[in-house]
Ligand binder design. Structure first.
Ligand code: HEM
Length: 461
């Protein structure tokens, strides 16, 4: 069983083994400093602040932040496994604003039975034979984007990775082409950027007009809904609908257990959710791949030799290690829904926000010896334990696009290494910088490349 399969199987687990009790609340220790100072430290550098607290207080600690209140950070693999295994009636997503931005039918907004039912319909398009059908789209987008890259100077690759992953989602997920593709390509990046900022602040009680941030967002949303309506009309009129692989077509043909189809509003909200969740995260991971690879020339040589021999084993291990050392989503959140939740020696009260710290777990020396070292060999012939390697979170909320993202990263990197030589970099590692959704290389993953001799890239020029 692959890592993905093992993780996916936790989707089936319920809360039956999760004990809730009315015992006294018992929280892990935390810094005895005012919440304003804790907040300032977290804003200044969240990753470093968490690492310092981990060293001081151990794998579980409490934080007090302005606006967000008290949060419990967990980083021990057993504690996080236990958290992910709880059913949604015990601990589920936080009441984040993200759902209000994506729409009421978004997976981010749904809980309980509705979340489970919708996830069940949305999972098949992202697995097995379907994924293989998307590989050609990914390779085409990568080849076209790489052809625009300069060869005589260093440049930032992050914008290119954003374009590749946007186009892939619009084609493979939305099934968009022609005018609709152009329009979505134009409007969605600024709309998502605005939406992810708005998700952090409460919805205003009164209407500030069409030029206010919410007013502008609603205008984007009206335009978006009109385009998705056209895509649905076109798909429904297509005599070959059942032969199509795009996720929109599959959603249109899917049925809930009672035989009802997904509504247009549900499809529109979920497409937006998939784009918002899958576009920047995948692009940022690809940017980190470029940043890491050029600083490991021996690995690059081995990767090229391996790929030339038709093996992707080292590439697969390298992707695992990139996601371990540079997880682009470094924390995932749950809120206690049951009267109490017991994890390890701690008892958390209802309403408590709990953070599963992906970043801290992946940097734990006891879990990954020599954790700071970038060493893909640690995963050769040894797939990671799904409780320890968690860039896609876990349990009933685990990333639905994990297999899709892994395929996309693999195909883009394979195409890059096949057609180009990445020049080794002598500059310092790029710092981590929060972009809102994802943690990205601060300088945009700068690189210098040249076409590989005999590659398609040279022939095309
Ligand atoms: C490298 C790329 C990606 C990373 C690192 C990533 C990471 C994550 C994480 C950490 C979560 C939260 C899991 C939890 O709370 O336990 C998540 C949720 C989600 N992701 Fe991804 N993701 C990636 C790509 C994608 C792609 C390509 C798609 C779809 C096309 C996608 C769709 C989603 C959705 C819909 C959810 C919400 C699931 C739910 O609430 O049921 N992600 N992702």
């Amino acid at each position: 069983m692959t890592t993905t399969d093992q993780n996916a199987s936790t989707d089936q687990e319920t809360s039956t083994d999760q004990e809730t009790s009315t015992t006294e609340v018992k929280l892990p220790p935390g810094p005895p400093i005012p919440r304003a100072i804790q907040g300032a430290l977290a804003v200044a550098n969240r990753r470093i602040a968490l690492q310092i607290l981990r060293r001081r207080y151990g794998s579980a600690f409490s934080l007090h932040l302005p606006i967000f209140g008290r949060m419990i950070v967990l980083s021990d693999p057993d504690d996080i496994r236990q958290l992910f295994r709880t059913g949604p009636d015990v601990a589920d997503t936080t009441d984040a604003n993200l759902g209000r931005v994506m729409g009421p039918n978004s997976l981010f907004a749904l809980t309980g039975d509705r979340h489970r039912a919708q996830r069940k319909l949305m999972t098949p398009p992202f697995h097995g034979r379907r994924l293989a059908a998307f590989e050609a789209i990914v390779e085409r987008e990568a080849v076209d984007e790489f052809a625009t890259w300069p060869q005589d100077r260093t440049f930032a690759t992050m914008p290119s990775m954003m374009r590749i992953t946007l186009n892939v989602i619009l084609r493979a997920v939305f099934g968009a082409e022609g005018q609709e593709l152009e329009r979505l390509r134009e409007m969605l990046p600024p709309a998502i950027q605005l939406g992810s900022k708005l998700a952090l602040i409460p919805v205003p009680q009164w209407d500030w007009g069409r030029w206010s941030p919410w007013g502008r967002f609603h205008q984007y949303r009206r335009d978006y809904d009109a385009i998705v309506d056209r895509l649905i009309d076109k798909a429904q009129a297509d005599p070959d609908l059942d032969a199509r692989d795009d996720v929109l077509s599959l959603m249109l043909q899917s049925r809930y257990e009672d035989g009802a189809p997904m509504t247009r509003a549900e499809i529109a909200d979920e497409l937006l959710t998939l784009l918002a969740a899958g576009h920047e995260t995948t692009a940022t991971t690809l940017a980190w791949a470029v940043e890491r690879l050029q600083r490991h020339p021996q690995l690059l040589d081995r990767l090229n030799a391996d790929l030339d021999n038709g093996s992707e084993e080292l590439l697969h291990a390298t992707i695992l290690e990139i996601q371990r050392t540079r997880p682009v989503v470094d924390n995932t959140f749950r809120q206690v829904k049951a009267p109490t939740l017991q994890i390890g020696p701690w008892t958390f009260p209802q309403g408590q926000t709990i953070v599963a710290s992906i970043g801290l777990l992946h940097a734990d020396e006891a879990v990954f010896p020599d954790a700071r070292r970038f060493d893909p060999d640690r995963f050769i012939s040894r797939p990671p334990d799904p409780a320890e390697w968690i860039p896609y979170g876990g349990g009933v909320r685990r990333c639905i696009g994990a297999a899709f993202a892994t395929m996309e990263i693999r195909v883009v990197l394979r195409t890059l290494l096949r057609d180009y030589v990445i020049r080794p970099a002598s500059t310092r590692d790029e710092r981590c910088q929060s972009r809102g959704v994802a943690i990205a290389p601060a300088r945009g993953a700068r690189v210098r490349i040249q076409p590989r001799r005999g590659s398609a890239a040279i022939t095309a020029r």
